[in-house]
Write a protein that binds this ligand. Structure first.
Ligand SMILES: CC(C)(COP(=O)(O)OP(=O)(O)OC[C@H]1O[C@@H](n2cnc3c(N)ncnc32)[C@H](O)[C@@H]1OP(=O)(O)O)[C@@H](O)C(=O)NCCC(=O)NCCS
Length: 177
């Protein structure tokens, strides 16, 4: 039987990926209230209030660890800087999504967090494949996924972005363990 820890901690060179706690809500909502972060995701609201951060933490605590794993990305100097989550949806393989607060962009931190999560997904969560998608106007995220080993499937999917209040086009990608 495969036993999944409810709150695994994944350590990388500069980061620890760990379970979100209520005390993270204020800091995460401060970083997430940037429209340029929320608009690149399907589910984040804008504006993003502390109550949204608390609701997020509660939703993660209620997740079934066999079907989803969501981590706060904790930087060795900066504290909580973003979120990365893996979850089963309608696709045959789970999907990964992430965001990093603007003050921490451009330092390879999303790539480092994603690579750490991939090692965990393969070794502890025993997954053989993951999917991801980025909006067509978000090449930076495509680059993060490519650097971590994801490949484009060629599929472009429509999705409704809550923050934009509009439909988007998502380039789908896949990673094989
Ligand atoms: C996208 C995001 C996760 C990138 O985080 P990050 O920590 O800056 O990412 P990294 O530093 O690991 O890598 C970014 C890469 O994108 C590249 N990049 C940045 N802007 C780019 C652009 N406009 N076009 C193409 N590539 C770009 C960088 O040069 C870097 O690639 P390189 O190492 O080959 O030079 C971050 O900007 C973010 O959270 N954005 C808002 C939310 C979001 O987009 N989430 C993902 C949804 S799919």
């Amino acid at each position: 039987m495969c036993v999944i820890e409810r709150t695994p901690v994944i350590e990388t060179r500069r980061l620890a990926l760990r379970a979100p706690e209520p005390r993270d809500a204020a800091r995460l909502s401060e970083l997430a209230s940037d429209y340029d972060v929320a608009k690149m995701t399907l589910r984040m609201p804008h504006p993003y209030q502390v109550a949204d951060g608390l609701a997020f933490v509660e939703a993660v605590q209620a997740q079934d660890p066999r079907r989803a794993a969501t981590f706060v990305i904790d930087h060795e100097d900066g504290g909580p800087i973003g979120v990365i989550g893996l979850f089963e949806d309608a696709d045959p393989a789970p999907e990964v999504g992430y965001w990093i607060g603007r003050p921490f962009w451009g330092r390879g931190l999303a790539t480092e967090a994603l690579e750490g999560a991939l090692v965990w997904a393969r070794k502890a969560w025993k997954r053989r494949a993951l999917t991801a998608g980025h909006f067509t106007d978000n090449p930076a995220s495509g680059r993060v996924l490519e650097k971590a080993g994801f490949l484009y499937t060629g599929e472009v999917r429509r999705g409704f972005s809550k923050a934009r209040g509009d439909w988007t086009r998502t380039r789908r990608m896949v990673w094989l363990a």
